[in-house]
Design a protein around this ligand. Structure first.
Ligand code: NAD
Length: 324
């Protein structure tokens, strides 16, 4: 069985990736600094579930701290480093770009060093669809331009991707970069639209929508993303691969679906659209299909009820979670 270093392990995606790795019998060294980018109770919830399992070893640390990061060398060797820790989110990066550069660029550099210094052959980086800017071809292939990031978040991911390429070139590190499109599922990030809509509708709060709600998103279910990420552990050389859902839905239709499932009418307040928001996003996943044999399996018809039912079953505490 193998041993993987997973950063951001208390996070939405990395906690699921860690779970899937352990389900397959692998050991996970999970790293997270449990920062307060969003309500930390959500991170504690995910982490507690992982920490109940013997195959999980948690290290609380900041990946942007070089000395702390390099201490992970002594905890090696690893069969792969899966670097999913990041400051995520487009809008917050406009307000505090420094923390994004520290985590997403310096942190990735530190994890690349850990990989090289432990003789690790495989590195996975989480990147983002927002790297494609405001007007990419739809559905967006990996060949679409990512040369002109529109906010610091995308710019830091672009920098992280470039660092990965240099380590691949210099050290022959095998790298898979995943550009995830919008992800949703149980224990979702509270700053993202799916969680907010569930909470706001279920609790009778105002449902704030940026723009008129006609913008659409290709949502991808968490388990599909976690499965795809693990498929990316196979040797590929250096590849950038989209992982995204095959189904697109407008924000207004999403509200209607959640209303039906929760059994309450939403009190929708339409606000000005933020310039950092794109009108449409949807992934071309031909490359993931052909290189990894990956196919999204969970439809919105199945995935949205999974999230809403999770919310309702955990309502006693998730109703309190702060949604920025
Ligand atoms: N969720 C999405 O829709 C989405 C879309 C595109 C890309 N991504 C990328 O996928 C990855 C995972 O995203 P997520 O949605 O699970 O986010 P998340 O915020 O839930 O998870 C990230 C985790 O990393 C940890 N972290 C942040 N900075 C750290 C640091 N300096 N040191 C150690 N740990 C740190 C956080 O505490 C958090 O638990 C990120 O790289 C993100 O940019 C996510």
């Amino acid at each position: 069985m193998s041993r993987y270093l997973v950063t951001g392990a208390a996070g939405f995606i990395a906690s699921r990736v860690s779970q899937f790795l352990m389900d397959a019998g692998h050991t996970v060294v999970g790293v997270d600094n449990l920062n307060d980018a969003y309500d930390v109770r959500m991170k504690d919830y995910r982490l507690q579930r992982l920490q109940k399992q013997e195959l999980f070893n948690f290290v609380k640390m900041d990946i942007s701290d070089k000395d702390a990061a390099l201490a992970l060398v002594d905890k090696g060797p690893y069969d792969g480093v899966i670097n999913l820790a990041a400051r995520a989110g487009v809008r917050q990066s406009v307000e505090n770009p420094w923390v994004y550069v520290n985590t997403n660029v310096n942190g990735t550099l530190n994890m690349l060093e850990v990989a090289v210094r432990t003789g690790t052959k495989k590195f996975i980086l989480a990147s983002t669809s927002s790297i494609y800017g405001s007007n990419p071809p739809i559905p967006t292939p990996e060949t679409a331009s990512s040369d002109y990031p529109l906010q610091p978040y995308s710019a830091t991911k672009k920098g992280a991707e470039a660092l990965c390429h240099s380590y691949h070139y210099l050290h022959n590190l095998d790298v898979t970069i995943f550009r995830y499109f919008t992800v949703y599922g149980p224990a979702a990030r509270p700053d993202m639209v799916m969680f907010r809509f569930c909470q706001w509708i279920a609790e009778g709060r105002e449902v704030r929508v940026n723009g008129d709600g006609t913008q659409s998103r290709g949502f991808t279910y968490l388990d599909d993303i976690a499965r795809g990420t693990i498929l990316g552990l196979k040797p590929v050389g250096y590849e950038v691969i989209n992982l995204g859902g095959h189904q697109v839905i407008t924000i207004n239709d999403l509200i209607h679906k959640v209303e039906d499932l929760v059994g309450k009418k939403a009190n929708v307040i339409y606000q000005d659209r933020h310039p950092a928001d794109v009108m449409e996003n949807s992934a071309n996943v031909d490359k993931a299909r052909s290189m990894l044999g990956w196919e999204p399996q969970v439809s919105l018809e199945e995935g949205i009820p999974n999230l809403v039912n999770w919310y309702l079953s955990e309502r006693s505490w998730v109703s309190q979670i702060l949604t920025p």
